[in-house]
Design a protein around this ligand. Structure first.
Ligand SMILES: NC(=O)c1ccc[n+]([C@@H]2O[C@H](COP(=O)([O-])OP(=O)(O)OC[C@H]3O[C@@H](n4cnc5c(N)ncnc54)[C@H](OP(=O)(O)O)[C@@H]3O)[C@@H](O)[C@H]2O)c1
Length: 209
């Protein structure tokens, strides 16, 4: 399939692009820095620029976004809004987005570990918290695209485990997910189109189960 990727030069994005290429997909990635992504078609530009985003999603079958907010938290929600607009204007229908598990969705547990993460974020990077919640709100109001929001704890090194879990969990600051599991899940969801308009959490249990 033809995959459009946003955030492809980042931690999760690099692994996602690599895996998608290994699986034989064509990858077109929007990159705003000077870096290259071997094997992928690179569009130079910013995710807040509608023209660059439209050029990235044109002809794609699905979009994966792991846009980050460390160098400007507005990319998390405003970037996704720009992507969604380009998809509506003739792009694909399928959107898979990666973000933190702290983004609130109905039915979430509000366990102490989660409250600890929220407290940490509100002290250390409050704007990320607000823009993350705005992303959640944006997606909840998006009924005309087949989106999935994958919500993760700390992303750690490591290949796909084979035992990552996708669902709703009581995660905390001690939880993590292998970057290989993130890539595997994002590519698989783009391929199989499941979990539409859902926001499952993804993590890698420490010892296999
Ligand atoms: N890493 C973790 O432990 C973790 C845990 C929970 C949630 N998350 C969230 O999951 C997402 C992916 O994480 P990550 O660790 O892969 O993030 P990352 O390494 O910071 O990668 C994010 C990528 O998005 C790109 N980007 C951001 N704004 C952009 C814009 N306006 N136009 C074009 N590109 C833009 C960045 O480009 P530049 O390289 O040019 O800045 C970067 O390549 C992030 O939203 C992060 O907050 C991460």
């Amino acid at each position: 399939m033809k995959l459009a990727v946003f955030g492809g030069a980042g931690l999760a994005g690099t692994a996602t692009v690599r895996l998608a290429l290994e699986r034989g997909h064509h990858v077109r990635a929007l990159v705003r820095g000077p870096g290259t992504l071997e094997g992928a078609e690179v569009v130079r530009g910013d995710a807040l620029d509608p023209d660059a985003v439209a050029a990235t999603v044109a002809g794609a079958d699905a979009v994966v976004s792991s846009l980050g907010g460390y160098r400007g938290p507005g990319s998390i929600d405003a970037g996704t809004r720009t992507i969604a607009a380009a998809m509506r204007a003739g792009g694909p229908d399928r959107l898979v987005v990666l973000q933190g598990f702290h983004i609130d969705f109905p039915g979430d547990p509000h366990n102490p570990g989660r409250r600890l993460v929220e407290a940490f974020l509100s002290v250390r990077c409050r704007p990320l918290l607000g823009h993350g919640q705005a992303l959640g709100e944006l997606l909840r109001q998006t009924s005309d695209l087949s989106w999935t929001l994958v919500r993760v704890p700390l992303i750690a090194d490591g290949p796909a485990s084979g035992w990552a879990r996708l669902g709703v969990f009581a995660l905390g600051p001690w939880s993590s997910v292998r970057v290989g599991d993130v890539a595997e899940t994002l590519v698989r969801l783009a391929e199989d189109g499941t979990r539409v308009r859902e926001a499952p959490m993804l993590y890698t249990p420490r010892r296999g189960r």
